[in-house]
Design a protein around this ligand. Structure first.
Ligand SMILES: [Zn+2]
Length: 402
């Protein structure tokens, strides 16, 4: 008769393992010695733990290059039979499906154009790719995470700005997997996930409280506390672009008036220049920002248009700093280019918008390190968090023992 540990005992048994696996994800290439030191494990405890994780097909070890006179050690790596996450990236002009292991190594397994298919037909094709990927590594796929440039709540995609879709249930993405009981579905917003990537391995690393801002079409972001995004009750927090920092007479597609969103992106630049709304606001903005930053354009109209957007951005970030008191602010997407094209206007508006006590020591605003890779990196990190909880690891061991 086999002894089945209680759920609580199983969680305790996997709690240090969980910490070690997350460390291996956050610092790919970490050695066994470094990891043991970081977790303050005795040599005996570390040997026992790593052996257990090897047997459970969670970790493997690779020989480390000898360096200096330190103890010989090994690099901790993902086990070739270990758990995987599938990322459905709906954040870029082309969709992609990727697979990633515990150390975050990625491989693209599908990609294509959206075409003009309706969401149901499109998502059904993606669900088939997810199911085929899962079938290629039975039991190893533990989470499917969808990254979307839109407003999400639970697994619902409420507003997918770049495609014009509304109220789409992404639950379909795991519906073709024959036994989905071991596979978690997670849906994340691109701005939140890129903020997570910055907090874990980017420009906000080690900050206790960080504010992240991402501009594409509209503006999103997140507050991160100890590397965890504050996502709200339904994952819909961080819609900073819908704060009323804008012109109260201008209606926003979200249903509100006067949203900040309408002041800080390619649509705003076009309005400021007196142009028609651009069909591709991101490309429009990139082109104009590059021209002003590089000096290719010396037109006062271009400069005024960019300055106005930079002021709106700097002032709004100051407002968010007044509210949240972050240590560091990170900016990504078009926000980086807006600041670079009009640094004086941006800095002036940021400083003027800060409460006096913040102005004495304003939180630094850093460009995102991961930029376009951020949302997918953040998605993988979030999924790894989910599949390395002590309970998830106990379930992994149990399902491998079947
Ligand atoms: Zn709005």
């Amino acid at each position: 008769m086999t002894h089945t540990p209680s759920p609580r005992a199983a969680r305790q048994r996997w709690s240090t393992a969980s910490e070690l696996l997350r460390l291996v994800h956050a610092e790919p290439g970490i050695t066994r010695t470094q990891a043991s030191d970081r977790l303050r494990l005795s040599s005996g405890a570390s040997t026992e733990l790593i052996e257990r994780l090897r047997d459970a097909r969670l970790l493997s070890e690779e020989r480390a290059e000898a360096s200096g006179r330190g103890r010989p050690t090994t690099l901790l790596a993902a086990n070739p039979q270990g758990p995987l996450v599938v990322v459905v990236d709906l954040n870029t002009p082309r969709w992609r499906v990727l697979i990633a292991d515990l150390t975050g190594n990625q491989k693209v397994v599908g990609a294509g154009d959206y075409g003009d298919r309706e969401p149901a037909a499109f998502l059904s094709e993606i669900a088939d790719i997810v199911a085929t990927t899962q079938a290629g590594a039975p039991r190893r796929v533990r989470a499917v995470v969808a990254v979307v440039a839109g407003l999400v709540s639970g697994t619902e995609l409420l507003q997918f700005t770049i495609r014009g879709w509304n109220d789409v249930d992404l639950g379909i993405l795991t519906s073709r997997i024959p036994d989905p009981s071991h596979v978690q579905l997670i849906v994340g917003n691109d701005a939140t996930l890129s903020g997570l990537a910055e907090a874990r391995t980017g420009a906000a690393r080690s900050a206790r409280v960080a504010l992240h801002i991402l501009i594409a079409v509209g503006l999103g972001g997140t507050i991160l506390v100890d590397g965890q995004p504050v996502t709200g009750a339904h994952g819909a927090a961080g819609e900073f672009g819908h704060l009323p920092f804008g012109d109260p007479t201008v209606p926003c597609p979200c249903g509100a008036y006067g949203c900040w969103d309408l002041m800080i992106d390619g649509r705003a630049l076009a309005r400021n220049r007196g142009d028609e709304p651009p069909s591709d606001p991101i490309a429009y903005a990139q082109h104009l920002l590059d021209a002003v930053r590089s000096g290719t354009s010396t037109s006062p109209r271009d400069k005024r248009a960019v300055d106005a957007v930079a002021r709106a951005l700097g002032a709004g970030i100051a407002g968010l700093v007044n509210i949240h008191d972050p240590e560091i602010v990170t900016i990504g997407g078009l926000a980086t280019g807006i600041r670079a094209a009009a640094p004086a206007a941006f800095d002036d508006a940021y400083e003027r918008g800060l409460m006096a006590f913040h102005r004495r020591l304003p939180p630094p605003i850093r460009d995102s390190v991961h930029q376009a890779d951020g949302p997918v990196r953040g998605a993988i990190a979030l999924a790894i968090d989910e599949i390395t909880t002590p309970s998830a690891l106990a379930a992994w061991e149990a399902s491998n023992a079947d």
